[in-house]
Design a protein around this ligand. Structure first.
Ligand code: MOS
Length: 749
C-alpha cells in the first residue's frame, strides 16, 4: 500500500507518526499512581455499597435479616428484591445493546454462587461490609449442577453473541470416506476467569434526571445507552467516564454485573454511591470463559492432505443466559479441507454467565485444533510444520473468498528460522538438557478475524495550527490511546505533540467497543477520517485564496504534512495551517469521521490476522513439572501503527496462552458450586518467573481491503496458536499427548 492513499480531496498520509514505537501516553500517570481509576473517585457525601453474595448455587433465598443490617451503625439502606425500585426496561430483556442479562435483584432465586442477593449501602465501606454480613441469608437449596456431566444439555441456536452454531462446507461424509488416515480425539478446556488487576467498580451520582457514572468500560457509549434505557432518560443525560481501565479482557465490555444496582441506590438515596468489587466477587457476576469439550475428527489422504475436518464443541453456560464459547469456529478458516463440519451444543450449569474473554471461541478452539493437527501430523509421520504447509488455506475454507492479505507462510518461515525448528527430531523424548530435563519443541498456527465495528470521531483545527481530536474510546492498558493518537495526528498532518487527543468519556463521539481486537482499526479509521475532513476544508480555504501559494492547486492538489499544506506538484510551495486560517479569518475548522468496514470489501474478501508460534518446554521427568523456556511468535497483522505496543500486545497474548496451557483453571466444588480457588492465590496466572524468553516478530503485510489504514488487529491474536504450541511441545518432550487444559503435571508422569 502506498504511504499516501487517495481520498476525495486533499491528501493526508500515514507514516510520520504511525509506525513509530512511541511509549504509552498514559504510562507515566499509571506507574506513578496519579491515574484516577473509577474507585479512586470520592465525590462529596459519597456512600459505600457492598453487595451480599449468594453462598449457594441454586435455589431460593428464604430470608434476609434486613433489620439487623439496618441496625448496624452507619448502614443507611438495604436493597433486596422486595424493595428494589422499578426499572423502565426489564434487565432480562437486554436493553441498549446488552447481549446478556444484567444483575438487578430480579427475584429471590439464586442461580450461582457469588450472585448479588442484596445491596447494602452505608457511610463507610466497613459498615457496608458488616451490614452485608449481618443479613445472614437462609436458603432453600437445590443441588448444584456443575461440570459437563452434572449440567443440563441443550441444543444452542447461537454461539458467542449470536453467531451461527453450525457451519458446514462440502460433504463431510464424502470427505471422511476419502481419507485413508483418521484421527479422532476429544479435548477439554476449563472455566477461566478474567480477573483484571482492577476489579469492577462504579461511582454513580444523580442530579435530577442527569446521571454521572465513573466506571471502567470497554464500550462507553453503548453502556451509556443501556443505563439511559433502564431509567428512561435521554442518553445525553448520562455521562459515563472511563479514563483508565486496569485491564478488561472482555469482562468490562458489558456492564452486566451489580453496577446497575449502585445507580439505583444513588437515585433512591439522592447521594453519590460507590461500589468496588472484591477479588472474590470477580468469580461470578462479571462473566468468565465457559468450559469446553471439543471432539475433533480429522481425515487425511495418503499425502497428508486433509479431506475432512469435523469439530464439535460442547460448552458450559449459565442456567439463565445464552453465551456459548464458539470454539469450533476455529476450524472454519485455518486449514484447507474440501469438507468441514463445525457445530456446538451447550450444557447449563449453576455458575455465573460466561461471556467474552480474551479471544472468546478462538482461544479455546485454536487450542484444540492445533493439538489435533499436531496429532494428525504424527499419524502421517510428518513434521508438524510440513503438515500445516500441506494443508495451507490459499483461500478462506469457509467462504472460498480470497484473503484480503495472508502472510502466514512468511510467518511460518520467520518463526521456524528464529526458533531453529529445522533441528527438531520427529519423534518425542529425543532431547534432554544438561540437568536431565526432557526438552520438547512444538508449534501452532495463530489466527484471528480482522474485525471492525463502527466508530465516530471529531477533529477541530485551532487558530494556532494545533488540533483537538476526540472519540469515546477505551484504553484497557493496551496502549490504544497512544496508537489512536498517532493515527489521529497523521490524519491531521500534524506531529503528535500538536494534537490534543480526548477519549474515555461518553460525551465524545461514539468510539465503538475496545474489543474483538478491532479498536485500532475502527476508532483509528474514524479519527483518520475526521482529520482528513478538516484538511479538506483547510485545502478549500487555501486553494481558493488568490494570495496563497496554493491558489488554484485544487483540493486534491495539496498534501498535508507537519502542519503545512504543500502543493502536490511542487513541494516547495506551502503554507502553514495557522496562516491559512488567519488569512481566511477563520477561528477553527471542524471535521467529522466515521470508521466502519466498506461493505463491498467485506463481501469480496475474508479478513484475518495470522501468525505462527513456536514453543520450547522442559519437563522434569520425575515430577512432571513443565517450564516453558522459549516462546517465539511471528505475526502478520496488516499495518503496525506502533511496533512497540503491538509487540507488547502480542507478548501479552502469548503469555495468556502460557497461562491457558499450564495454569488457568476456575474450579467449582461439584457439591456446592462454590469456587474453590476464587482468588489470585488459588487462580494461577503466569508471573514474571513463569515467563521465559518470549519474543513476537512482525511480518510485513499490506492490506488494501480491511480499511483505508490497512490495520488489522493484534489484541487477541497471540493467545491463538500459543496454547497448542506449548501442548505440542509437552508431547514432544514426554511422549504424552495433553488433551485437557491446563496440563496437570500428574498426567505427564
Ligand atoms: Mo474482548 S474478549 O474482545 O474484550
Amino acid at each position: 500500500m502506498p504511504d499516501t492513499f487517495p481520498t476525495s480531496g486533499a491528501h493526508t498520509r500515514m507514516g510520520s507518526n504511525s509506525g513509530q514505537p512511541m511509549t504509552r501516553r498514559d504510562g507515566l500517570a499509571k506507574v506513578t499512581g496519579t491515574a484516577t481509576y473509577a474507585a479512586d473517585n470520592r465525590p462529596e457525601g459519597v456512600l459505600h455499597a457492598v453487595y451480599a453474595m449468594s453462598s449457594e448455587a441454586r435455589g431460593q433465598v428464604t430470608s434476609l435479616n434486613v433489620a439487623a443490617a439496618l441496625a448496624h451503625p452507619g448502614v443507611v439502606h438495604v436493597m433486596t428484591p422486595e424493595n428494589r425500585p422499578p426499572l423502565a426496561r426489564d434487565p432480562d430483556s437486554k436493553p441498549g445493546g446488552m447481549a446478556l442479562r444484567t444483575e438487578a435483584l430480579q427475584d429471590n432465586s439464586v442461580r450461582y454462587v457469588g450472585q448479588p442477593i442484596a445491596l447494602v449501602v452505608a457511610q463507610t465501606l466497613e459498615a457496608a461490609t458488616e451490614g452485608a454480613a449481618l443479613l445472614s441469608p437462609t436458603y432453600a437449596v437445590e443441588p448444584a449442577r456443575i461440570g459437563f456431566d452434572g449440567g443440563e444439555a441443550f441444543e444452542t441456536d447461537s454461539t458467542g453473541f449470536g453467531s451461527p452454531p453450525t457451519v458446514n462446507v462440502g460433504d463431510i461424509e464424502a470427505g471422511r470416506a476419502a481419507g485413508t488416515h483418521h484421527f479422532d480425539a476429544t479435548y477439554e478446556t476449563p472455566l477461566q476467569y478474567h480477573n483484571a488487576m482492577e476489579p469492577h467498580a462504579i461511582v454513580a451520582e444523580w442530579d435530577g434526571d442527569h446521571l454521572t457514572i465513573d466506571t471502567p468500560n470497554q464500550a462507553i457509549v453503548m453502556a451509556r445507552g443501556a443505563f439511559a434505557d433502564y431509567f428512561d432518560i435521554p442518553a445525553e443525560n448520562v455521562v459515563l467516564r472511563s479514563p483508565y481501565l486496569g485491564g478488561g479482557f472482555g469482562s468490562k465490555a458489558l456492564p452486566i454485573g451489580p453496577q446497575l444496582l449502585t445507580i439505583l441506590a444513588a437515585r433512591e438515596l439522592q447521594r453519590p454511591v460507590k461500589l468496588a468489587l472484591r477479588r472474590d466477587q470477580m468469580f461470578g457476576p462479571v462473566m468468565h470463559r465457559g468450559a469446553t469439550r471439543q471432539r475433533l475428527r480429522l481425515d487425511m489422504d495418503e499425502t497428508g492432505q486433509l479431506t475432512a475436518i469435523d469439530h464439535h464443541t460442547t460448552a458450559t453456560t449459565s442456567s439463565f443466559d445464552t453465551f456459548i464459547e464458539g470454539a469450533s469456529a476455529a476450524s472454519r478458516n485455518t486449514y484447507a479441507s474440501p469438507a468441514i463440519a463445525t457445530s456446538h451444543s451447550g450444557v447449563r450449569v449453576d455458575t455465573g454467565t460466561p461471556g467474552a474473554m480474551r479471544a472468546p471461541g478462538e482461544a479455546t478452539g485454536s487450542a484444540a485444533l492445533e493439538c489435533a493437527v499436531d496429532e494428525a501430523a504424527e499419524v502421517m509421520g510428518l513434521d508438524p510444520l510440513e503438515f500445516r504447509l500441506r494443508n495451507y488455506a490459499e483461500t478462506d475454507p469457509q467462504t472460498g473468498k480470497a484473503f484480503s492479505s495472508k502472510a502466514l507462510r512468511e510467518c511460518y518461515a520467520l518463526g521456524a528460522k528464529s526458533f531453529g525448528w529445522e533441528n527438531r527430531p520427529l519423534a518425542p523424548r529425543q532431547m534432554r538438557d544438561a540437568q536431565g530435563h526432557l526438552v520438547g519443541w512444538g508449534m501452532g498456527t495463530a489466527l484471528f478475524a480482522a474485525h471492525m465495528n463502527k466508530a465516530e470521531a471529531r477533529a477541530v483545527l485551532r487558530a494556532d495550527g494545533s488540533a483537538m481530536i476526540a472519540t469515546a474510546g477505551a484504553d484497557m492498558g493496551q496502549g490504544a490511546w497512544t496508537a489512536l493518537a498517532q493515527i489521529a495526528a497523521d490524519g491531521l498532518g500534524l506531529g503528535i505533540d500538536q494534537v490534543e487527543f480526548r477519549s474515555g468519556d461518553s460525551t465524545l463521539p461514539n468510539g465503538g467497543v475496545a474489543g474483538g481486537s478491532g479498536h485500532t482499526a475502527t476508532a483509528g479509521s474514524a479519527l483518520f477520517a475526521a482529520g482528513e475532513g478538516v484538511i479538506r476544508k483547510l485545502a478549500d480555504l487555501a486553494t481558493e485564496d488568490p494570495e496563497s501559494p496554493l491558489f488554484g492547486a485544487g483540493n486534491a492538489g495539496v498534501v498535508a504534512r507537519d502542519g503545512r499544506l504543500h502543493r502536490a506538484d511542487d513541494d516547495s510551495r506551502s503554507q502553514s495551517y495557522s496562516e491559512i486560517l488567519r488569512n481566511a479569518g477563520v477561528e477553527e475548522l471542524e471535521g467529522k469521521g466515521e470508521g466502519a468496514r466498506d461493505p463491498g470489501h467485506a463481501e469480496a474478501r475474508a479478513m484475518f490476522s495470522h501468525g505462527a508460534v513456536f514453543a520450547e518446554v522442559k519437563v522434569d521427568p520425575e515430577l512432571g513439572q513443565v517450564r516453558v523456556t522459549r516462546l517465539i511468535g511471528a505475526f502478520a497483522a496488516g499495518r503496525i501503527i506502533n511496533p512497540h505496543l503491538a509487540r507488547s500486545q502480542l507478548l501479552g497474548g502469548m503469555i495468556w496462552g502460557l497461562g491457558f496451557a499450564l495454569m488457568e483453571e476456575g474450579i467449582h466444588d461439584k457439591r456446592t458450586g462454590r469456587p474453590v480457588n476464587g482468588d489470585l492465590a488459588g487462580y494461577h496466572v503466569p508471573v514474571n518467573a513463569d515467563v521465559p524468553m518470549v519474543e513476537a516478530l512482525m511480518v510485513h503485510e499490506d492490506d488494501d481491503f480491511v480499511n483505508p489504514l490497512g490495520v488489522k488487529g493484534v489484541g487477541e491474536l497471540g493467545i491463538t496458536g500459543s496454547v497448542g504450541a506449548i501442548a505440542n511441545a509437552v508431547w514432544h518432550a514426554t511422549g504424552v499427548r495433553p488433551r485437557s487444559f491446563p496440563i496437570h503435571l500428574e498426567t505427564l508422569i
